[in-house]
Design a protein around this ligand. Structure first.
Ligand code: ZN
Length: 655
């Protein structure tokens, strides 16, 4: 395991908290040590209170931060004496513990301290590092895991059996640590959970983590080496994915995105001869249960999965003798020989996190198998984690999801103008958005976010349309909302001067391609969990045509009829199709200041009057149109189809 410590960088850190941040980030930089918010770190020091008195302080990672990106403000300062006093209590519920931790904080606005704060306080070293390293959970998730850990580490680490993080684990550590720690002790392994290292300096604690995990990795390389996966080309029928998504969403009771990963390692795992068995033995660490549920679904029988989940819930809730509300019974991980690893989530970010976790889990399971058989914790401790009151409280606090959470919108002509504004309006409402444009700028207009997929495509090509659909399905699993916005408005030309080629080009882009997109996406919209919605961007030219734009006006009029017929035909599938007819939207690419000035002068108006040349004397912006389009996909328009809504500030020629 690579040691990333750099003396020059470390030397720049001023004070123990800065050093703590530096080495925490080194841990966070290695996904085999720390994945998406897993793990935590602390340092003990002194802070001054308002009276100028010194206070022994534990700076511990606050909940909600990630070691990879952690900053000084993400560490919570808590009173060390309060932590130690709490550890001497006989009993403390985790809800009470969380409250006491918050009370011991020196800043009322700081995040909640990690639930492992008391444990950090108990370890009598200044720096404490904790990870859920893959190598450690691999070795401990086997039948003779404890013996193997002792073989690897001898008396240099203390070994604790699995106990749920929180007060009980801290209590156990308080008993065992002073009894077993010697001058040779440099770490502590928690079975089926992870590892702690500690030291007097940030470097010593970090070095020990790398050294200890490295030893477990070497052990695995000697005893359970994995061969690299051979190349497997995916052959899935992606059009079957929306149906699966519909069933998963129905089981959940709300729409979920599905993200598919078909890399060779994933397909090999899904096609492993023992896949049906090894996928059903439980997660690598209970920490993952919150994201992934206890078990993945192997294959596509969602009903059977949901039934099994209900049984598991009832059995364990009876055994625990408490009253709990069942979480939704839908899977979050699906292992399928065709679709590979499919992760489900209410946001694209969630699906990405679940995928990352399971990509690691696959490797852990396969190596565990080589080490005599992968074996996870039993149901009861995993159930306790899934239904941990602290997690339930977090869910409650999170509040209602956004209007389009778990749904997918596809917007055409999305690189600029109304299309780009639509992307923002749908993202704001929680949808994952596929943005398509012939302009490659679309690929980077909203970069670095999982809920945005920009695709360059020429939608007059059927091949391109099918490529867009496949990419949409692989990334998000389906399509709920379609915004047909792409269109061209060629320079004014009277009928007498219009060539056939110009006419056909406008028709191909504004009419033919939209018909093809509708036809090709129909099965996807039909399978949308909350039924498909389509909004077509028409034009004021439909009800009020102007001279010199015959191809444009005719194409938009024909498109309007296409949408109206679709509203009739697709009503039986509960797909709604509505139209907007915007007019004079000037904040788009074609309206440069020069063109605006020209037109205003032509009509003898100021630019401002020209922009507001409508009944209400209001300027209509791209954002206005985009917000209307997004709302037309929402509940406000739930019972409306085939409607044509002008958005033009009122047009005398139409009213
Ligand atoms: Zn942990």
């Amino acid at each position: 395991m690579e040691n990333l410590w750099n003396d020059t960088e470390a030397g720049k850190q001023q004070g123990i908290l800065a050093e703590r941040v530096y080495s925490s980030r080194l841990l966070g930089a290695n996904p085999n040590l720390v994945l998406h918010g897993g793990g935590n770190t602390s340092v003990k020091g002194v802070s001054k209170n308002i009276f100028g008195e010194d206070m022994e302080t534990l700076f511990v990672k606050g909940s909600g931060s990630d070691l990879a990106t952690i900053e000084a403000k993400d560490f919570v300062a808590v009173r060390l004496d309060a932590m130690l006093k709490l550890s001497r209590l006989e009993k403390l519920s985790d809800i009470d513990m969380a409250r006491e931790l918050k009370l011991a904080s020196l800043d009322p606005n700081a995040p909640a301290p990690s639930v492992e704060a008391i444990l950090h306080a108990l370890i009598p070293h200044r720096f404490v590092d904790h990870t859920h390293a893959d190598a450690i959970v691999t070795v401990t998730n086997t039948a003779d895991g404890e013996a193997r850990i002792r073989e690897i580490y001898g008396d240099e680490v203390i070994v604790l059996p699995y106990v749920m993080p929180g007060f009980d684990l801290a209590k156990l550590c308080a008993e065992v640590f002073p009894r077993q720690a010697t001058s040779r002790t440099i770490g502590m392994v928690l079975m089926n959970h992870g590892i702690f290292s500690f030291g007097d300096t940030a470097k010593q604690s970090y070095d020990r983590m790398i050294e200890l995990v490295g030893r477990a990795e070497d052990y695995l390389n000697r005893n359970a080496a994995l061969l690299p996966a051979t190349e497997i080309a995916p052959t899935a029928n992606w059009l079957a994915l929306p149906e699966l998504r519909k069933k998963v969403s129905a089981a959940a009771g709300f729409p979920l995105l599905l993200r598919s990963n078909t890399n060779s390692a994933t397909l090999a795992f899904a096609r492993h001869p023992l896949a049906a068995s090894i996928t059903q033995r439980g997660p690598a660490t209970p920490d993952h249960v919150i994201r992934t549920k206890r078990l993945p679904m192997f294959g596509r029988d969602v009903d059977a999965y949901a039934q099994a989940y209900k049984k598991y819930f009832e059995k364990n809730v009876q055994a625990a003798k408490t009253s709990l509300t069942m979480l939704d019974p839908a899977p979050r991980v699906i292992i399928d020989p065709e679709f590979g690893l499919v992760s489900a989530g209410r946001s694209a970010r969630d699906t990405q996190i679940v995928e990352d976790i399971y990509l690691h889990t696959q490797g852990i399971i396969l190596r565990g198998e080589k080490l005599g058989g992968y074996q996870a914790l039993g149901e009861a401790p995993l159930f306790s984690m899934e239904y941990w009151d602290l997690e339930q409280a977090k869910l409650k606090k999170a509040g209602a999801p956004k209007a389009f959470a778990g749904e997918v919108a596809l917007v055409t002509g999305a690189a600029s103008g109304i299309g780009k504004a639509c992307v923002q309006s749908f993202l704001n409402r929680g949808a994952a958005v596929v943005a398509v444009d012939i302009n490659p700028a679309v690929e980077t207009s909203f970069s670095n976010r999982e809920d945005y997929l920009g695709i360059t495509a020429d939608l007059t090509s059927l091949q391109d349309i099918r490529r867009v659909i496949e990419q949409t399905l692989r990334r998000y699993g389906g399509l709920d909302m379609l915004v047909l916005n792409a269109g061209i408005f060629p320079g004014g030309k009277k009928i007498a001067a219009l060539s056939d080629d110009e006419w056909r080009k406008v028709m191909a882009v504004n009419l033919d391609s939209n018909l093809a997109i509708m036809r090709e996406t129909h099965p996807l919209l039909k399978a949308a969990p909350r039924y498909g919605r389509v909004v077509v961007n028409g034009s004021k030219n439909v009800p009020a045509p102007g001279p010199g734009a015959v191809a444009y006006s005719a194409s938009k009029a024909a498109l309007t009829q296409v949408a109206r017929v679709a509203a009739l035909e697709w009503g039986a599938d509960a797909i709604r199709i509505n139209l907007v007819h915007p007019n004079a939207v000037f904040d788009t690419g074609i309206w440069t200041p020069e063109v605006l000035q020209q037109r205003a002068t032509h009509y003898g108006m100021s630019i401002d009057d020209y922009k507001r040349n409508n009944v209400l004397h209001e300027e209509v912006t791209s954002k206005d149109v985009a917000e209307l389009i997004a709302e037309m996909c929402g509940t406000l328009f739930a019972k409306i189809t085939g409607a044509q809504v002008p958005i033009d500030g009122g047009n005398e020629r139409v009213i």
